[in-house]
Design a protein around this ligand. Structure first.
Ligand code: NAD
Ligand code: MG
Length: 395
């Protein structure tokens, strides 16, 4: 293939779980012969970042951490690869000419570079949830103005995207997000009150970054995904259902007014969704496990228990409120998760912090622009921090 046929790809968050899987898929799809890497970003793991940039011939590399600029520059010296550090360098990575940008930075930190890519008109393979959860309308408006395609990588939304490609949007009644239920699916509230971050990070089916694994254990991950689905597929809150499906074989489903349901199934391996997005609208061969129905004895389903997993109820409330409520929920959740990781609060108190923050910011208002989103996110973190202090004092 000539370089003109190569697709220009940027990976934001290249050193994470999704980032590493993306680069693995890139290699399976032909590596340098199939893709020209416009930019890679990462925060901590400079050695891996530099090694991948050199191996794949990236044009530009950025670390989010300004203190690591020297290490990155040294690791890339003599290669001709341009590098940068800090928030502006991440935005530059997003803005660089690319056909498709994988958005795989964790948290609200992914918003600015992904928005920059959307504005420039790249197709966005979206793993980062917060672009839609916190900034739904703003992000969608930038995507529409830029004209790129939005290809969901989160496995549930990728499944729904595939189902809708087959069944269309006409007479769509509902979407059903499946949830594994995480490591505490069968724990009692008393047991859940005692769990550590390591317990919570041990996901039964998927191998993921630490924060999203803990969010899966609290079902805040599903909460974010409900809001994400609402924005992605223009749904009303009550069109988004959640069902616990411990085997994680059905990745999600759509239901139509004639009673038909379409489901997407596969092994729990993010490379399928990543490969779907990178090859879209084609499909390519990937070395993922094939489902063997002679080995799959059963598929189970259960209703999420909202007493043990209040995140689902809080998401529904944020969806009903709309506007900046998603930014508030997520900002409070990120702050509460940091407090749990720092052992300042217990596992169950994360939901208390989010609920109290949402109650205090009930009139957060409309998402008029990205600055309103950042302001709501920042205010939610301040209020959540106050609630964390209050909970610690009461303990
Ligand atoms: P991860 O923690 O493994 O990786 C995150 C990446 O972002 C790394 O490259 C890290 O260096 C970078 N990063 C971290 N903090 C940063 C900051 N402040 N500024 C800039 N860069 C920063 O996370 P992950 O599991 O790969 O998940 C990435 C995103 O994809 C998350 O939003 C997650 O919710 C979503 N997602 C992940 C999975 C999965 O299977 N891992 C599935 C669906 C969705
Ligand atoms: Mg998911």
């Amino acid at each position: 293939q000539t370089s003109q046929e190569r697709r220009r790809l940027t990976v934001l968050g290249a050193t994470g779980s999704i980032g590493a899987s993306t680069l693995d898929v890139v290699r399976h799809l032909g590596g340098k012969d199939a893709f020209k890497i416009a930019a890679l970003t990462g925060r901590d793991n400079i050695e891996v970042l530099a090694r991948e940039a050199i191996a794949l011939g990236a044009e530009f590399v950025a670390t989010a951490d300004e203190d690591r600029y020297g290490a990155l520059r040294a690791a890339l010296s003599g290669t001709g690869i341009v590098c940068g550090a800090g928030a502006d360098a991440l935005i530059e990575a997003g803005e660089r000419e690319a056909d498709i940008v994988m958005a795989a930075i964790v948290g609200v930190a992914g918003l600015a570079p992904t928005l920059a890519a959307a504005r420039r008109g790249a197709d966005i393979a979206l793993a980062n949830k917060e672009c839609l959860v916190s900034a739904g309308q703003v992000f969608k408006a930038e995507m529409a103005a830029g004209g790129g395609r939005l290809l969901p990588v989160d496995s549930e939304h990728n499944a729904i995207h595939q189902c809708l490609a087959a069944g269309g949007n006409q007479a769509l009644e509902r979407v059903v997000l499946t949830a594994s239920g995480g490591p505490f699916r069968n724990h009692t509230l008393e047991q859940m009150a005692q769990v550590s971050a390591d317990d919570a990070a041990a996901h039964p089916n998927w191998s993921m970054g630490r924060k999203i694994s803990i969010d899966s254990a609290s079902m805040f991950n599903k909460a974010l995904e409900m809001i994400e689905a609402q924005h992605l597929f223009d749904l009303l809150p009550d069109q988004v259902e959640v069902v616990i499906h411990p085997q994680s074989i059905i990745h999600s489903m759509v239901g139509y007014a004639d009673g038909s349901m379409l489901a997407q199934l596969g092994a729990p391996d993010m490379r399928t969704a990543i490969g779907y997005a990178l090859a879209y609208p084609e499909r390519r061969n990937l070395p993922v496990e094939r489902l063997d129905f002679t080995q799959l004895s059963r598929l189970d389903f259960q209703v999420p228990d909202e007493a043990r997993f209040p995140a689902v109820r809080l998401a529904r409330e944020a969806m009903e409120r709309g506007g900046l409520a998603g930014a508030v929920l997520n900002g409070a959740k990120e702050r509460a998760l940091d407090a749990f990781l720092a052992k300042e609060i217990g596992f169950l108190q994360m939901a208390d912090v989010v609920e109290r923050t949402m109650a205090r910011m009930a009139d957060a208002g409309a998402a008029t622009g990205i600055n309103a989103v950042y302001a709501a996110d920042a205010e939610a973190r301040v209020i959540a921090a106050e609630e964390i202090v209050g909970l610690r004092r009461a303990a």
